[in-house]
Unconditional design. Structure first.
Length: 407
């Protein structure tokens, strides 16, 4: 990691709960090249309480005050999805690097707008698709590169997001499809990104999205809320490699497989499993088999597990992969690497999500088409191509490290 210390300002810190407190703050506290220098909350009382709890003197109720702090190099946006665009734009306009939680935007247009602004300002960005940083996923990439399964013929992923018909009050906003945080964008979004990162993008796909349990109970109150976001989503398609891919993620069911991802090849099979379809959070196990042999556990190499030794104490917690993403984000510029997903990567994932939504809506298969200037999903709307910008990294990308590393 670089010798300099990066100052972080976190937008959306609660003193009693939330993703910032569960993941970002524990991760940043053990990384020697980061320092939490500011935080903001939704009102002065929360800001004051969070500042005292987390021992951060610069605590604000106005995000504009946070992004204006000269010792803040990176702004972490950890609020609900509908507010991402406003906060990301403010941070980028202030000349900061930005770590924004996933989903990047409430929809594809939101994501494109943020990515375009970041590209215009050549601002370093990272989006919270941290499953890519999980040691087990890095291990699977190595195994595939070394030919463990031979040629990949197909892949199947099945998972469970929220079990049963009860959610806590804090997650009630996820029942409303328009808020942009639901089964498709979160459980499938993270799982899909992991699949596409490891095996490549879809060349074509078709999807089904159903809402099987429209009434959900709020745990704390017993109140039943009408849900508008789908709770059963299935996708089948062909990857650009030619491999067949299928994904079925569901919620509000009783029991069922938490998360199982199988990669089948000409020589063998790999299975990646977890407790739920949230590979960015839950620990992943890897098993493998050659030929007709039974799958056996494959231990993730110690070199991958201990790539960032100071994070070892967080293993098994939500902060672990977030910390690995922060560590890689700091190290990438000095290593001339790009290992952490940025806003351009987020747009590509939003593109696939939009294609899934449109395929499910019209009941037709859609095909991805890439030209030198743009990418489209053809057939998503009869007779109309959906233009999808390809945000390429330009030659000046190598200079970004100098832009955001503290002087």
């Amino acid at each position: 990691m670089p010798d300099s210390t990066l100052g972080v300002g976190i937008v959306g810190v609660s003193p009693v709960r939330g993703w910032a407190a569960a993941a970002h703050i524990p991760a940043l506290r053990v990384l020697p090249n980061y320092e939490i220098r500011a935080l903001s909350a939704h009102n002065p009382e929360s800001a004051r309480a969070a500042g005292e709890l987390f021992e951060v003197a610069a605590a604000f109720s106005d995000h504009q005050q946070l992004v204006a702090q000269p010792d803040v190099d990176v702004v972490a946006v950890t609020v609900k999805v509908p507010h991402h665009r406003e906060l990301v734009a403010a941070a980028l306009d202030a000349g900061k690097a930005v770590y924004c939680e996933w989903p990047l935007g409430s929809d594809l247009d939101d994501a494109r707008a943020m990515a375009a602004l970041a590209a215009e300002q050549t601002a370093p960005t990272v989006v919270g698709l941290q499953a890519r940083q999980a040691p087990a996923i890095e291990f699977v990439v190595e195994l595939l590169r070394d030919g463990y399964v031979g040629e990949v013929l197909s892949t199947t992923m099945v998972g469970l997001s929220v079990p049963g018909d009860v959610v806590v009050q804090a997650n009630a906003y996820m029942l409303d499809k328009t808020n942009g945080a639901n089964l498709l964008t979160i459980a499938i979004g993270h799982s899909l990104d992991t699949l596409n990162y490891v095996l490549g993008e879809f060349a074509e796909l078709s999807a089904v999205a159903d809402l099987r349990r429209p009434l959900i109970t709020i745990k704390e109150t017993g109140q039943q809320i009408v849900k508008t976001a789908a709770d059963q989503i299935a996708v089948i398609g062909t990857l650009t490699s030619g491999a067949t891919a299928s994904i079925h993620i569901r919620e509000a069911v009783a029991g069922g497989t938490g998360f199982l991802w199988e990669i089948n090849g000409t020589n063998g099979t790999l299975r990646i499993a977890a407790a739920a379809a949230q590979p960015q959070i839950f620990p992943l196990t890897v098993t493998g088999a050659h030929g007709r042999n039974e799958p056996t556990p494959l231990a993730v190499p110690a070199a991958l597990m201990h790539k960032w030794p100071t994070l070892s104490s967080l293993e098994g917690t939500p902060a672990y992969n977030v910390g690995r993403a922060y560590a890689a984000f700091a190290a990438d510029p000095d290593n001339g690497a790009h290992t952490v997903p940025d806003f351009a990567d987020a747009v590509r994932r939003h593109e696939v999500i939009a294609a899934i939504e449109n395929s499910a809506a019209i009941g037709k298969r859609v095909k991805g088409r890439t030209t030198a200037s743009h990418r489209s999903w053809v057939g998503a709307i009869p007779g109309v191509d959906l233009p999808v910008e390809v945000l390429t990294r330009t030659a000046d990308a190598d200079a970004r490290a100098d832009r955001w590393k503290p002087g």
